[in-house]
Structure formats: structure tokens, C-alpha cells
Design a protein around this ligand. Structure first.
Ligand SMILES: Cc1ncc(COP(=O)(O)O)c(C=O)c1O
Length: 349
């Protein structure tokens, strides 16, 4: 979370907007919360230039719930969906979709240990939509271009790169993202869905997870995660003050390229398993060529105040996540540490 946002939340924690109440105790049915939710939604629309024929929903359940809710809501009379298999999260989403329909894997990079994003998608004409994951948080691989799909609705799990770069929303049928990377605190999930995809939900879909019903009820069919929506709204405001999404893209390009440079210039001391041109600008996965140095790296980094660098359990090694709130100073501190660690252990590889 950006410090400015945390400071503002602290300042108004006991007295939101002169109301004498905390946003934590404000009922969702009252005008105060509705104002907060509508402002958050309008700011997000403005930030991403979201066309009028798309609804913005604030839902419960995280991106993992969307793995089920997407097929439940969008399958309609179709029996199959396309999925692109690119790593840990896309594999999870396609396994979950298999509980509801036939899943046709239209492209996969599993054969090369998910070291790139496949460009050649073989879509099935019977499928209701094509699902992909724009950034694989655990593997550190990201789509930098999306193939043309010729009118097939594209559904994207954008959890870990949402709001980090400009986006042509009109290319997608549905976009979803859990909040806990670039939006705000855990708890709220943003869903952006095109109008014509609403109204096809399977009759067994729980009403609170029915996109059309939530769109109709302004995301307030049940009690929304009010405090998370409020904090997300503060983040959207902060993003606008920073110069919007274009600034976030410049930041992430600058920060990620300087980190990859240290890895590539380390004479084999560090390595990144992801092919150039496919590397994530959000999650930089790397390891020490000598595996035994990884725990030493992590423990020395922690003593220097460089926290949470351990890689995802499926990947091992290290991972530096450069979400929007990460300041340049944090990246510079990591770079300095990586250089001096390599220097100190030069003869251990
Ligand atoms: C790309 C991606 N998809 C889905 C998820 C799961 O999100 P949640 O824990 O909110 O269900 C994550 C979590 O890190 C993720 O990075």
C-alpha cells in the first residue's frame, strides 16, 4: 500500500469526512458508504478509460472464487471453454473450470517449464470464451502482447499486473483482479464485465456470485467489504495524483529493468529462468546459480531489512515483487545488496 494512502486512512480512521464515525462502522446502506463506493468506481473508470458498456463490480472471494464464477456466469449454452496454460495460477484456474465444463487448452508453455508466454493460440470455435493469466505471479512471466482472438470473448486474470500498465478494456469480455497487489488490501475483487456477457449464469450460481445480479444491485447485493472498498478508493485517488497508469508503467519498467540488469550482468552468479521478452515487470524471479547460497542470501537480506524475497514454493529461489507502491529506494537497496552479496560470495559459485 502507498504510504500516503496509509497515512490518510490513519488520519481519518476515527472520523471519516467529519462524520464522527469510522469508515469501519459505517453501514453499507447509508449515503456515506455509497458515496465512497461510487467515487471508487468512477475513479477506476477514469483511470482505465473503461467504456460505458462495461460494469465494474466489487466482489468477495478473491481471484480464486473467480476461477469458478467465470464458467458459472459465462458458459451459457456452450459446453467448453479455452484456457491458456502458462504457469501456477493459470493451471489452478483451468483445474477449477474443469469442474463445470470441458476445458480445451489452446496453448501451453508447460513443456518448457513455463519460461515464456505462448503466442500461438489454437482456439476452439465451440468455446464460450478464452481465459488467460496476464502475469504469472509465481513464475515471473508476463504477456506483453495479446494475440488477436477474432471476436472470442477474452477473460483475463489480471490479479498481479492490474493497474500497472495501460489497458485497452474493449479487447476483453471480462477482467478480474484480487485487490492485494496493486489495488489495496485483501478482501475485495474487482470484476470488469462487458454488458452483453451478463444474464447467462447457470441457475445454480449463488445469487451473490451472479454478475448480473451484482451489477443490478450496484455491488451491494450483500454487505460489501466496505473498508477494503474504501481503501481501494484511496489507492485509485493516489494513482490519479501520481499521473495515472502511464506513470505506473514507467515506474515498473524502470525498476524491473534495473533489477534484470543486475542479474544479467552478474557473470552467472544470479540467473533468471524466464526468456527475455517474456519476463514479468511485476515479479522478478531469480536464483543464485549455486543453490546452497539461496538461504544465505535470504537470511542476510532479511537482516538488511529486505523482506519477503523468498520465491513462491513451486519455484524456489527468490522473487522481488515490484507492485505500484514499491518505491525506487526499495529497489535501489535491493540492487546494492545483490551486488555486494555477489562480490562477497564470488568464489562460492
Ligand atoms: C495471478 C493470480 N491469480 C489468482 C490469485 C489468487 O488470488 P486470491 O488469493 O485472492 O484468491 C493470485 C494470488 O496471488 C494471483 O497472483
Amino acid at each position: 500500500m502507498p504510504h500516503e494512502v496509509l497515512r490518510q486512512a490513519k488520519q481519518e480512521f476515527l472520523d471519516w469526512d467529519g462524520s464522527g464515525f469510522s469508515m469501519l462502522e459505517t453501514p453499507f446502506t447509508g449515503d456515506a458508504f455509497k458515496k465512497v463506493l461510487h467515487q471508487a468506481r468512477d475513479d477506476l473508470r477514469e483511470l482505465l478509460n473503461i467504456p460505458d458498456n462495461y460494469r465494474i463490480l466489487f466482489m468477495h472471494g478473491g481471484a480464486s472464487a473467480q476461477f469458478s464464477l467465470v464458467p458459472l456466469n459465462l458458459l451459457g449454452s456452450a459446453r467448453s471453454v479455452d484456457h491458456i496454460d502458462t504457469g501456477y495460477w493459470s493451471s489452478k484456474s483451468l483445474r477449477e473450470a474443469r469442474r463445470y465444463c470441458k476445458v480445451h487448452v489452446a496453448a501451453s508453455s508447460a513443456d518448457s517449464q513455463y519460461d515464456h508466454m505462448p503466442e500461438n493460440w489454437k482456439l476452439s470455435p465451440e468455446s464460450a470464451y478464452c481465459h488467460f493469466t496476464s502475469n504469472e505471479t509465481a513464475n515471473g512471466v508476463q504477456f506483453h502482447q495479446i494475440p488477436e482472438t477474432g471476436g472470442v470473448p477474452l477473460v483475463v486474470d489480471m490479479t498481479s499486473d492490474f493497474l500497472s500498465r495501460p489497458l485497452d478494456v474493449s479487447r476483453y469480455g471480462l477482467i478480474y483482479a484480487s485487490a492485494q497487489k496493486n489495488v489495496g488490501p485483501a478482501g475485495v475483487t474487482v470484476v470488469i464485465v462487458r454488458d452483453d456477457l451478463l444474464g447467462k449464469a447457470h441457475p445454480a450460481t449463488p445469487t451473490v456470485f451472479n454478475y448480473a445480479a451484482q451489477a443490478e444491485a450496484d455491488s451491494m447485493l450483500q454487505t460489501p467489504v466496505t473498508f477494503s472498498v474504501y481503501l481501494a478508493g484511496l489507492v485509485f485517488r493516489w494513482l490519479r495524483q501520481q499521473g495515472g497508469i502511464a506513470t505506473m508503467e514507467q515506474n515498473s519498467l524502470r525498476r524491473s529493468s534495473s533489477l534484470y540488469q543486475v542479474i544479467d550482468d552478474s557473470n552467472g552468479f544470479y540467473c533468471c529462468p524466464i526468456q527475455h521478452g517474456h519476463r514479468s515487470h511485476m515479479n522478478i524471479c531469480f536464483s543464485t546459480t549455486n543453490d546452497t547460497l539461496a538461504p544465505v542470501f535470504l537470511s542476510e537480506a532479511t537482516s538488511e531489512g529486505l523482506m519477503y524475497l523468498k520465491g513462491h514454493p513451486v519455484m524456489g529461489g527468490m522473487r522481488a515483487s515490484l507492485y505500484n507502491a514499491m518505491p525506487d529506494t526499495g529497489v535501489m537497496a535491493l540492487i546494492e545488496f545483490m551486488r555486494s552479496f555477489a562480490e562477497a560470495h564470488r568464489y562460492d559459485i
